[in-house]
Write a protein that binds this ligand. Structure first.
Ligand SMILES: NC(=O)c1ccc[n+]([C@@H]2O[C@H](COP(=O)([O-])OP(=O)(O)OC[C@H]3O[C@@H](n4cnc5c(N)ncnc54)[C@H](O)[C@@H]3O)[C@@H](O)[C@H]2O)c1
Length: 345
């Protein structure tokens, strides 16, 4: 099977990850890297891949059959729509866009052109997430009851030397919590409403450093998420799941999902259930699935190709990414108003 020609637009932190994974991939062949900066050019030269300052020229010359848009959020809608209109399906990094209107423009362009879009919620490709989904859809934990999520860690002081990270929209809600919201939507289904409080009490920047979120799922389950980037704590997916080498892995759980028949922890994949009498006086049994680690970004490239070739349905479509964005944007809105925000979808 010939490898599918693909391109990466934006060779920053996550763009370099996509480049690295594409270079090692049996399914895709990297034919172009677009990034106007000297650093971007250096990345392309080091990888031995043709470099372009302008992604439109790259599409013209290198003719990729798919591209990753790994540029700043504010540019996602413009670049993604432009790629689609030039006949190129895209993986748009998360968040799909900065606003719901922009997200809708991407959804509309995908529908108009008939070309697929993936949103880069990479956790959906992790074997841990996939096994968790199997446990839940098979009925092993029964009817979902609660999701308790910890998303607490400490970003170093120098992280905040970049101005936009101290301003509204540059904080843990849109950068990190959005992944947890997407993971919960993937595992527990649609979110119906969101309530929240935010605080910037520790760092005192305009952006939040901490937030407490409550959500109601359409199936009646309730979720509670604690998020903070100023807490000296290991309990968050990035440290616990070991997805990226830049985070030292910790052997802890960050997600606790309970149902009427059993409960499940992530990422350690412990299932707790009754095998005799069922009640709080009876013994619970726990069983742990030990998985081999798998790189979600590698799996995402494989799936992107299968999606482009019509062999698989999108794991995270533009509409899916838009719904995750809607629930995430509801957090600051709910905190500001003090009221529950209902999802319109
Ligand atoms: N899925 C994940 O795990 C993950 C992790 C980090 C970031 N992200 C997302 O990826 C995106 C990029 O984040 P980052 O941390 O890599 O940012 P970054 O600032 O490190 O990189 C962005 C790159 O895009 C380039 N760029 C800007 N405008 C461009 C244009 N018009 N054409 C081509 N290149 C252009 C910049 O020069 C820069 O190199 C954001 O949307 C972010 O939310 C996702």
């Amino acid at each position: 099977m010939e490898r599918l020609p693909v391109a990466v637009i934006g060779a920053g932190l996550i763009g370099r990850m996509h480049i690295d994974r594409a270079l090692k991939h049996a399914d895709v062949k990297l034919v172009g890297i677009a990034d106007p900066t000297p650093e971007g050019k250096e990345v392309a030269v080091a990888a031995g891949i043709p470099w372009f300052s302008d992604y439109a020229e790259m599409i013209e010359v290198s003719k990729p059959r798919g591209a990753v848009v790994a540029t700043p959020n504010v540019t996602h809608a413009r670049i993604a729509v432009d790629c689609l209109e030039r006949g190129v399906p895209v993986i748009v990094e998360k968040p799909i866009a900065e606003t719901l209107e922009e997200a809708q423009r991407i959804c509309a362009a995908s529908a108009r052109t008939g070309l697929p879009v993936l949103v880069g919620h990479h956790r959906r490709y992790n074997p841990i997430t996939r096994r968790a989904k199997e446990f839940i859809t098979s009925g092993r934990i029964g009817v979902p009851v609660t999701a308790t999520v910890l998303s607490t860690w400490l970003k170093p002081d120098d992280y905040f030397s970049v101005t936009w990270r101290r301003e509204r929209g540059g904080g843990p809600i849109l950068i990190n919590l959005i992944h947890d919201i997407d993971l919960l939507r993937f595992l527990f289904g649609e979110i119906e409403s969101v309530q929240a409080m935010v605080s910037s009490g520790i760092r005192g920047f305009a952006v939040e450093d901490t937030s407490a979120v409550i959500c109601r799922f359409r199936n009646g389950a309730l979720g509670a998420i604690s998020v903070s980037d100023t807490a000296a704590a290991p309990w968050n997916w990035d440290l616990a799941a070991g997805e990226a080498d830049r985070f030292p892995q910790q052997d802890v759980n960050s997600h606790y999902l309970s149902g009427t028949l059993g409960s499940l922890t992530l990422p350690r994949l412990e299932v707790w259930e009754y095998r005799g009498g069922r009640g709080w006086h009876d013994p619970l049994t726990s069983e742990r699935t030990a998985l081999h680690r798998g790189c979600p970004y590698i799996e995402q490239w494989r799936h992107f190709r299968a999606l482009i070739e019509g062999r698989e349905a999108a794991v995270c479509s533009a509409q899916d990414g838009r719904r995750t964005l809607e629930a995430t944007l509801a957090v600051p809105a709910a905190a500001a108003s003090g009221n529950a925000v209902l999802m319109e979808h």
